[in-house]
Ligand binder design. Structure first.
Ligand code: LLP
Length: 438
């Protein structure tokens, strides 16, 4: 993953305070509280590993998104979803982007009005489309010719007229890990602009609109995720504009992708800057004023709202090689380091901003050497077995990509605010691990 705008920082420096959630406080002894709750107390009460989300921080990020993009901006639920999260984002004025029937199910179970939902997916099953149509989902982002056929079939037996947008790939590459790049021509997503597929898809959707089957309201393009440089967004608008403007459609969605800082030396652009650069590019490229230009942030809403708390179980010092510190979670609660080589900071919540002069490798409890959470972490040298160890900025694509590898139960998730904690996802029990066996 890219490292954003660089800043000289030494690994031994204390954790940068702004990598912590907004309501983080540190008392005179160095102990960390979030949402008015001491992290050590939460770990004692709810066990570890534990995800702690700062509710005020989450609400603040949703409000920033609505302020920057206006009505219609959707939270990309793939970053982190449970009923409480869906409710919170909608209470703060966001729509929700759901990309599977599972995400749709959770959002509906949370009581989110269907017209606040946007359905994504490059391979929506007929069943998924039917569920979304029958539930009254607000908008469907059409991704393929096969999906157009399925929609035509489903709508021929229903008197519904859903709003649809076409997903196009503008052929713009962003600097991020190749697994999370999506806007380039060589992509499984959407209709390519360069190859003429986008024009053919638009013609099909216009014909469906003329037949009274859909309202064709716009185009959608998502470039990638964890993007620090905003220029590619402007470039994508430039590329899209000459195709989009003549269609006279009311809406243009630029997807998600705004990066966040994970490490001491990183700085990410603000939500408002992202919206600004896109708006300016729209004006410059002749996209009509009055077009609803909006986005679908996921990571930038939830990533730095949360921390993961682990307990140190073993410390293995290999002189001249390295020190392995094993915690009670691992690649099952955070697969990102293994999948994308993503970096994280580590610190001790009893000495949150203390200098970190011991180099360690933070590993999990899974049965493979690749089970690494932070390959080269720095912590205070009085670290002992039993200490709590925290990785910050774990609110996005951590719990949502968690697994039961090695039959490790998934952690509990807390929302904290005003000195109170509530369990929004309970810890899995050992019996939960048998739930699906027949
Ligand atoms: N809209 C669409 C159509 C998307 O595919 C995505 C993310 C988003 C919005 C939200 O993007 P965000 O603002 O979160 O960057 N598992 C990877 C990230 C995969 C992102 C997939 N699509 C990771 O852990 O980095």
């Amino acid at each position: 993953m890219p490292r954003g705008s660089a800043e000289i920082s030494r690994p031994t420096d204390p954790l940068r305070f702004d990598l912590l959630p907004d309501t983080a406080e540190i008392d005179e002894s160095g102990a960390l509280s979030i949402g008015g709750c001491r992290v050590a107390d939460l770990a004692a009460e709810y066990g570890t590993p534990l995800f702690i989300y700062d509710e005020e921080h989450l609400r603040g990020r949703c409000r920033q998104a609505v302020a920057a993009w206006g009505d219609g901006v959707a939270y990309a639920t793939k970053a982190f979803l449970c009923r409480a999260m869906a409710q919170l984002a909608v209470e703060e004025g966001m729509c929700l982007d759901v990309s599977t029937e599972g995400e749709l199910h959770v959002a509906l179970a949370a009581g989110v009005p269907a017209d606040r939902l946007v359905l994504h997916g490059n391979n929506k099953a007929e069943r998924e489309l039917a569920q979304a149509l029958d539930a009254g989902v607000g908008r469907i982002i059409v991704d393929s010719f096969d999906e157009i056929e399925r929609l035509e079939g489903l709508l021929s037996t229903r008197s519904l007229r859903p709003q649809v947008l076409a997903r196009v790939t503008p052929g713009v590459e962003v600097h991020t890990h190749e697994f999370v790049q999506t806007g380039q021509d060589d992509s499984k997503f959407g209709f390519g602009l360069a190859a003429g597929d986008a024009a053919r898809a638009v013609a099909r959707l216009q014909a469906m609109e003329a037949a009274g089957l859909v309202d064709f309201v716009g185009l959608h393009a998502h470039l990638g995720s964890q993007v620090f440089a905003l220029e590619p967004f402007a470039q994508a608008i430039e590329v899209l504009a000459s195709f989009f403007a003549p269609l006279g459609l009311p809406e243009l969605v630029v997807g998600g992708g705004l990066g966040v800082a994970y490490l001491n030396g990183e700085h990410a652009p603000a939500m408002a800057d992202w919206a600004d650069i896109v708006r300016r590019a729209c004006r410059a490229a002749g996209i009509p004023e009055g077009t609803r230009v909006t986005a679908e942030p996921g990571r930038s809403i939830v990533a730095d709202a949360a921390v993961t708390v682990y307990t140190v179980g073993t410390i293995k010092n290999l002189p001249g090689i390295r020190t392995y510190v094993a915690v009670d979670g691992g690649m099952s609660d955070n697969p990102r380091p293994v999948l994308y080589d993503s970096g994280y900071e580590a610190f001790l919540p009893r000495a949150t901003l203390a200098p970190r002069n011991l180099e360690i490798r933070v590993v999990g409890k899974h049965c493979e050497s690749g089970d690494v959470i932070v390959p080269d972490a720095w912590v205070p040298d009085d670290l002992v077995v039993g200490d709590l160890l925290v990785t910050p900025v774990t609110g996005a694509y951590g719990y949502s990509m968690a697994s039961n590898y090695n039959k490790v139960p998934r952690p509990a998730v807390l929302f904290v605010a005003d000195g109170k904690a509530r369990v929004v996802v309970r810890r899995e029990s050992l019996d939960d691990l048998l739930r699906l066996d027949t």
